[in-house]
Design a protein around this ligand. Structure first.
Ligand code: 13P
Length: 340
């Protein structure tokens, strides 16, 4: 196995998944605002140290953590760099390298993710600092007359350019094309999500092949096939069946793993859906989690910025990590979730 393939398999090892803690400075401010904590370099450090210091969660359930540039360069309060702290727990450090979804010229209300200029140099530096993998998020919005073929194509092309540059630098790319559930108006049906996700993943793999990306040295991070947040509700089984069907139709079996984003689902929904997918049929790839909000929300609320709450917050995070680890094995159950 190549080194890239080794790392990709390590990220989706049985019972493990990825913690997405790569909120940009703007996004983490929004999260800290919800608990009344001012966002400063120190509070952002303290928050991440609370999460990464949850030793049981990190060693047993988390294979890798996606970081933002500032965090990759930061150290815990005792002076240990976060990169060293994660590596000591056998967790791979990763880095978000896109610079965000920007308005796409000529296509009102659609975006294309930017960050390719100078990316080769940035990736080489990130590899020197210790990043083993990277993430780039493309955003596909559903609404009247969207997504257009143009936005799907532009975003897939950028993802493929990014992935090829990552592999050149010895970094495993996480390829994240997110079909938004929580965009506006967010009233679409699950059928529409299935069609748009199928079109998007089809184009993404076409572009990855054209760019010469080694498909066994990458991880796909897609949305689950779910209705918009204001759309008609569906069952867990419906989500699981449609998601697996969509992935089987578009993702080559050589891809080592698929690690979902949570995309505004509640923490419990994200665990329930992931667990149900493991029972639909035999799967060629590992299916696991790469959650941001669905892993962190309870811990963030329990922490509330207070040092005396760190242990309770770590317990909340460990619980969610364990629930999602069980889900990645198809062993999650609501009773286990609520017993905590
Ligand atoms: P959510 O799980 O909160 O959607 O975040 C995952 C992520 O990394 C989005 O880019």
């Amino acid at each position: 196995m190549s080194r890239l393939s080794d790392i990709a398999h390590q990220l989706v090892a049985p019972g493990k998944g990825i913690l997405a803690a790569d909120e940009s400075t703007g996004t983490i401010k929004k999260r800290l605002d919800t608990i009344g904590v001012e966002s400063t370099e120190t509070t952002r450090r303290d928050y991440r140290e609370m999460l990464f210091g949850a030793t049981e969660a990190m060693t047993s359930y988390i294979s890798g953590v996606i970081l933002f540039d500032e965090t990759l360069r930061q150290s815990a309060s005792d002076g240990t760099s976060f990169v060293d702290m994660l590596r000591a727990m056998n967790c791979l450090p990763g880095i978000k390298v896109d610079i965000g979804a920007k308005p796409m010229p000529g296509y009102a209300d659609e975006t294309v993710t930017e960050g390719l200029d100078g990316l080769r140099e940035r990736l080489n530096e990130y590899a020197r600092i210790g990043a083993a993998f990277a993430k780039w998020r493309a955003v596909i919005a559903i609404g009247e007359n969207k997504p257009t073929r143009a936005s799907i194509h532009a975003n897939a092309h950028a993802l493929a350019r990014y992935a090829a540059l990552c592999q050149e630098a010895g970094i495993v790319p996480i390829v994240e094309p997110e079909v938004l559930a929580d965009g506006k108006p967010g009233d679409h049906t699950i059928e529409v999500c299935e069609r748009v996700t199928t079109d998007t993943l089809g184009e993404v793999f076409e572009q990855l092949r054209l760019a010469g990306v080694e498909l066994d040295g990458m991880i796909l991070k897609p949305n689950m096939v779910i209705p918009g947040v204001n759309g008609p509700k569906v069952s867990v089984e419906d989500v699981a069946e449609r998601t697996v069907r969509t992935l089987k139709a578009t993702v080559p079996p050589i891809v080592p793993g698929i690690a979902f984003l949570s995309g505004g689902q509640t923490s419990e929904q994200a665990s329930a859906n992931l667990s149900a997918m493991q029972h639909v049929s035999k799967l060629p790839w590992a299916l696991t989690f790469s959650y941001g909000r669905a892993l962190q929300a309870d811990a963030l609320a329990a922490w509330a910025g207070k040092p005396e709450n760190v242990e309770a917050a770590r317990a909340a995070f460990t619980h969610r990590a364990r629930m999602n680890s069980l889900a990645s094995r198809g062993e999650w159950a609501p009773e286990l979730d609520r017993a905590a």
